[in-house]
Design a binder for this molecule. Structure first.
Ligand code: ATP
Length: 214
């Protein structure tokens, strides 16, 4: 299959800063699911959480440095060109306008998936994309009635279906999750400890040069 027909993976987040947890996740899914690419999409104003500490330009630059020369990982800065909160549904509409025929796969951690019913217009998501839900071995599936029903309707049992249809499926993938968070890295930096090995060294150098997260 040509790259132009393969599904495109989408990984949104604040990336404040980008770290090896994000990067391994993106790369593993690129390879395991045979995706055209995984687009890292930093949010400008995330609607569900406190604002990022680093500016959009700094977060973009850190992602650029982290993925430089890595086949399969790309940066998508479209959320910075919109005003107002970065609602995923609007990002997906914009991506769909650019990629009319390719399947889209929105990548979500199980935590984010369990929180889905709180998202703006969440039931419309499946008209625009597939969901790839990543879980660690042993973590539970949803217990709320709404989500169980939603999963029951949409869950795929054959990976091929991600390619055969453009939208509408939920694929659950188990990955070896690295327990790294951006919060942990920011806290280490704020207390003058060394976050080395949790994120690419080039990104850490950038953080020191620009005196971020002090
Ligand atoms: P913070 O600590 O600031 O909340 P974070 O490290 O969780 O940030 P985000 O930018 O919020 O990072 O995450 C973007 C996406 O990457 C989310 O879908 C999240 O589930 C996923 N992700 C974050 N950290 C990891 C990790 N260690 N392993 C796998 N996925 C991760």
């Amino acid at each position: 299959m040509t790259t132009a027909q393969k599904p495109i993976g989408l990984l949104g987040g604040t990336f404040d800063p980008v770290h090896h947890g994000h990067l391994r996740l993106a790369l593993e899914l690129y390879e395991k699911l045979d995706l055209a690419e995984v687009r890292l999409i930093p949010s400008a104003i995330p609607p569900h959480r406190h604002p990022p500490l680093a500016s959009p330009q700094m977060r973009l630059a850190m992602i650029q440095i982290a993925i430089q020369g890595v086949k399969g990982l790309t940066l998508d800065d479209r959320e910075f060109y919109r005003t107002g909160p970065s609602y995923t549904i609007h990002t997906l509409e914009s991506l769909r306008a650019d990629f009319t025929t390719q399947p889209l796969c929105l990548i979500l951690g199980m935590d984010a998936f369990l929180n889905l019913p709180n998202w703006y217009q969440w039931e419309r998501l499946m008209t625009l994309t597939h969901l790839v839900v990543v879980r660690r071995a042993g973590t539970v599936l949803p217990e709320t009635h709404d989500l169980q029903h939603f999963l029951h309707i949409h869950q795929l049992h054959d990976q091929e279906e991600l390619t055969q249809n453009r939208v509408g499926g939920i694929w659950i993938e188990e990955i070896t999750q690295l327990t790294i968070s951006a919060t942990q890295i920011r806290n280490l930096l704020a207390t003058h400890k060394n976050p080395r090995y949790l994120l690419p060294h080039s990104v850490l150098n950038f953080i020191y040069t620009h005196q971020l997260y002090r």
